[in-house]
Unconditional design. Sequence first.
Length: 252
Amino acid sequence: MRLALSTLGTPGLPLADAVALARRFGLDGLELRLHPDTGVHAGLGAADRAAVRRTLGGLPAFCLSGYVRICEPGADGPVVDALRADLRLARDLGADHVRVFPGGTDLAAGARRLAAVADEAPDEGPTVLVETHDALPTGAAVAELLDRAPRAGAIWDLLHPWRHGEAPADTLHRLRDRLHCVQLKDAPSPACTTPVPLGTGAVPLDEARRLLDGYDGWVSLEWERTWYPGIPPVEDVLPGALDWVAGRWPAA
């Protein structure tokens, strides 16, 4: 497994400092949240994109986490244009993946829009990853979309399938062949999703870790401090994430 940190957990921190934090903890990469307040977004010009690459200094930005909603209602054009822009940014930054949300349940529209950007994401280019989230929160739901979109992959957010009643083994069974990233987090209960340090909540992290033995893809610590500013800094949680990835789990 390769451990990354999502910059969702470092609100207000300049990218250079996030890179330094990742290096200090020996992480393998970053998951970059795309938003004007992070300084990384599809509106950057060529000079700014080059500056981001210099700041990364060879640390992989393995995934650009955008907010395109691939199955949302409405016309295809704006969705396709936004996803194209994120894919071009990924290519310029050397990122292998772009995250999208479902945003709706129109699987035909999602598949059609993913097909429309195939020229931006050829076999050797960035891969679009659909996260288990919002309207398609389970592995079964995302797999149904991916069955119609052969070039896309999946992100398994450990929280959402579980809180919607899907067992981790079932999620992995549905997504295994298309799985590129696991988002690591914990929460008190299905009804309360405020982040808590790993191993102190109810998300079945022990079971997920056993199931993922032998998985060689990315794991990203998604510590949602952007949305929950009162939770501890991500530095307090990273040691537990390192233990989880290394198999030193459950913690003593």
